[in-house]
Design a protein around this ligand. Sequence first.
Ligand code: 5RP
Length: 227
Amino acid sequence: MDSKERAGNWAAAQVADGMAVGLGTGSTASWFVKALARRIREEKLTLTLASSSYSTSQMALELGMRLIPLEHVTRLDVYADGADEFDPQRRLIKGRGAAMVQEKHLVHLSDRFLVLVDPSKRVERLGTNFPVPVEVLPFAVGLVKKELEALGAVVSLRPAGTSKDGPVVSDQGNLVLDARFDAAGDVAGLDPVLNDIPGVVGHGLFTRYADRVTVAVGHDERVEVIG
Ligand code: 5RP
């Protein structure tokens, strides 16, 4: 079993009948969604489920899960999702899948946040391997790019790749700037600073939620649980 699958299965085992559960986005979270769908089917669990992206909603619906819309979510018992990096204080960079705004919304409403990762996601300092993704209102891209550069970042507009000409468009219809900061600086400390830039809808630094975070690191033979 691959380490992401192991972490996803571990998280699905944390869910109890009657819970309200948030479904994250990405390759690791998808193992959680699959394992949870299996438990719902086999154990006849009754759960309230909310999804963090079109991509996860699509998958969940195909697996027979029924979802409530985000605007109906007032509280979750548990939210499970992947991350791009986690540091020793259980602070995160998320958003390679460009779903960080909905993801943060669900984390904010959750009692427990299960962060599902493989060992490559562990860093001493945030910003070591990944840029900080920043979701931006389309008309504000120029302004936000300048502000991020003034904070020392190397900034690029995330391209859609082969599926579309031009930039990635988020589930909310916004654009994504990837801001690569020097990890030797205080990248985690930029969380409130980025929120203050006009035109920023949200970003991938998750530094305020360590109190509710449990990190599950999948290894070849076991899951290491931190927090
Ligand atoms: C999506 C995310 C993902 O959870 C994060 O990028 C990790 O993805 P993966 O499990 O595929 O490595 O934040 O917006």
